[in-house]
Design a protein around this ligand. Structure first.
Ligand code: NAG
Length: 400
């Protein structure tokens, strides 16, 4: 059981205001710093891996002896497995699968007050960790913006657990206060009382599904993904415009016939006792996928019946299988493996024209996300020498 914070009212108010001020200052510093770094990295004495080359519109890799890019280090990596997985304690603890919600956004999907008094067309849910404020800011200011996008009503939440190893300590109070302040400022934080670790991402999945079916029961579509992806929301909405939210849909980067890793040394090692079959059910890469409101509600029920499994996207595949639902592969979701540009120069992975044709791309720093957004924004979009984008011609969401 977690101890709840109990501070005298005045003390907590002061703490909160202090944290809010700190956050605001940080946010301001953050956006100016990003601009400065991206527009004139040299002048600030920092070497950026990527830089705009006038005329070519592509980014080029600088020589390798240059200092490492500063902003990469500024953005904490998303949770990754640390050390061998302790299956015994996982199996012992896995019956505990309900944790309290410490920070809620109960009004996120309320139709009252929303334009047209209707529920959101698209709820964007982004997995994040407490320390990754910078990426959350980048997502807020770019593809995760709330409001009307091509006529669609878009809302956003971030999904967080508690930073590990802080239980009952001052550090935990610090994080809690900071996240509360961030929640007051942006109204988009969901915080649950479980440890935010790689192998607890499955807990994040089931808690989000039940939160969304309770607090966003009428949402038309949900995009769920990582904070280090770039999402072309226009292309996503265009794809969804032809779909019925009352029908089942779960689309993304679909992996079929993936075999469980049986090598003990691997971070993804799964013993036969935990999963005995030769292949996992089809699943969508957790970096980013989209589902209909109907599927959201059915999944929340189905996942509640499935035993916890330490790999979150495979777990979701198991819930889908229970519903006899096959995830739909979409070629514009790239959650695994856009190769680094140096390895695949022909792919021009940092060319906005490349992104223009995709829906989801994985593995970006906060600065990458922000930059790509700026490059895609121009009045008529980027001038591309090559094929038509997926999105040709304007369309309005919800006219039909
Ligand atoms: C998941 O979170 C619970 C509750 O905080 C914690 O006891 C457990 O160790 C975590 N599990 C893993 C695998 O990190």
């Amino acid at each position: 059981m977690r101890r709840r914070l109990r501070l005298p009212r005045d003390a907590s108010l002061t703490l909160l205001l202090g944290a809010a001020l700190g956050l605001l200052l940080y946010a301001q510093h953050d956006s100016t710093a990003l601009t400065a770094r991206t527009s004139a990295p040299q002048a600030r004495g920092r070497a950026a891996t990527w830089r705009i080359t006038p005329g070519s519109r592509a980014f080029q890799v600088r020589d390798t002896d240059a200092a490492p890019p500063a902003y990469e280090g500024d953005t904490p990596a998303p949770p990754t497995p640390t050390g061998p997985f302790d299956f015994d304690s996982y199996l012992r603890a896995k019956d505990q699968r309900r944790f309290p919600l410490l920070i809620n956004q109960p009004h996120k999907c309320r139709a009252e007050g929303a334009p047209g008094g209707r529920p959101p067309d698209l709820l964007i849910a982004v997995k994040s960790v407490a320390a990754d404020f910078e990426r959350r800011q980048a997502v807020r200011q770019t593809w995760g913006s709330e409001g009307s996008v091509r006529g669609a009503l878009v809302r956003r939440v971030f999904l967080l657990g508690m930073p590990r190893g802080t239980e009952g300590t001052g550090t935990q109070m610090h994080w809690h206060a900071l996240l509360r302040a961030e929640s007051q400022a942006f109204a988009d934080i969901l915080l649950w009382a479980f440890d935010d670790t790689f192998f607890n991402l499955t807990l994040k999945e089931i808690h989000f599904l039940s939160w969304a079916s309770a607090f966003c029961p009428d949402v038309r579509f949900v995009f769920k993904g990582d904070a280090d992806v770039f999402v072309h929301v226009g292309n996503l909405l265009e794809f969804l415009a032809t779909r019925d939210p009352q029908q089942d849909l779960l689309a993304g980067d679909v992996i079929v016939q993936a075999r469980p890793i049986r090598a003990r040394a691997s971070k993804y090692y799964i013993p036969e006792a935990v999963y005995g079959l030769a292949a996992y059910p089809a699943y969508a890469g957790g970096g980013g996928f989209v589902l209909s409101g109907a599927t959201l509600r059915r999944l929340a029920g189905a996942c509640a019946q499935v035993e916890l499994f330490p790999i979150d996207d495979v777990f979701l595949g198991m819930c889908l299988q229970r519903l006899r639902l096959t995830p739909e592969p979409h070629p514009a979701f790239r959650t695994f493996g856009i190769p680094p540009p140096s390895a695949a120069p022909h792919l021009r992975t940092f060319d906005p024209c490349f992104y223009r044709e995709l829906v989801v791309v994985h593995g970006l720093s906060a600065a990458d996300i922000w930059l790509m957004w700026q490059l895609l924004q121009g009045p008529s979009g980027p001038a591309c020498a090559h094929p038509q984008p997926l999105a040709s011609g304007p369309f309005q969401w919800g006219d039909s």
